[in-house]
Design a protein around this ligand. Structure first.
Ligand SMILES: CCCCC/C=C\C/C=C\C/C=C\C/C=C\CCCC(=O)SCCNC(=O)CCNC(=O)[C@H](O)C(C)(C)COP(=O)(O)OP(=O)(O)OC[C@H]1O[C@@H](n2cnc3c(N)ncnc32)[C@H](O)[C@@H]1OP(=O)(O)O
Length: 163
């Protein structure tokens, strides 16, 4: 599994319209997550455009939160599919939502550099799953995520949103 193969988002949810990771969003970030060949980590690479500036030469931290949120969620969902012994895109689809997004900003993140997000599940793959995610700009660790994703029934989620 390499970045030459289709991203997990494209396999599992090509019609997705999430601003961060939906392949079908017209202007979204289109974050793409791939299994690393080590079979443990899920990796995304993203180069933010200059519009996401927070300070001259530095990235706006909210953009980092979006990247870590979506990539960590897809890491959780990828682990769920694998735990069930099936590929993303097979049915029934697995959906998780962010219950807790934890993010430490470790160093300023430069603009104009490719960022690498490297994530893995810590502990059990269950309805509630913890994902650790590191963001590197080159060799520099700039942010660290520690987040919780909960598997949901999207039909119930929709009715809850309308209530
Ligand atoms: C904007 C809406 C998006 C909806 C997306 C829908 C589906 C996603 C589908 C595919 C994904 C594809 C693309 C999207 C990819 C990335 C998008 C980024 C992710 C998001 O942008 S998504 C929007 C933000 N997200 C929410 O909008 C969630 C609102 N929220 C809830 O819908 C409920 O709050 C829920 C379901 C989280 C739990 O509610 P619940 O009643 O079903 O379950 P319950 O309370 O029993 O919790 C079960 C276990 O999670 C633990 N737990 C709960 N909350 C916790 C917390 N905050 N911290 C630590 N642990 C927590 C409990 O302690 C218990 O743990 P234990 O089992 O050990 O006791």
């Amino acid at each position: 599994m390499t970045s030459d193969s289709p991203a997990i988002q494209d396999l599992a949810h090509a019609e997705g319209i999430c601003y961060g990771c939906g392949p079908a969003h017209p202007t979204g970030l289109h974050i793409k997550s791939h299994w690393h060949e080590d079979g443990v980590h899920v990796v995304a690479r993203f180069t933010p455009s200059d519009e996401f500036v927070g300070w001259p030469g530095l990235l706006y931290g909210g953009l980092l939160a979006m990247l870590v949120d979506c990539h960590s969620n897809w890491t959780a969902m990828a682990y769920h599919y694998r735990a069930q012994g099936r590929a993303p895109g097979t049915l029934p689809a697995i959906h998780c939502v962010t219950a807790h997004l934890g993010l430490d900003y470790v160093k300023p993140t430069p603009l104009g550099r490719a960022l690498t997000l490297t994530a893995r599940v810590e502990g059990e793959v269950a309805r509630k799953t913890r994902v650790l995610c590191e963001v590197h700009a080159g060799d520099v660790l700039t942010a660290r995520g520690d987040s919780i994703f909960v598997q949901v029934d999207v039909d119930k989620l929709g009715s809850a949103a309308q209530a």
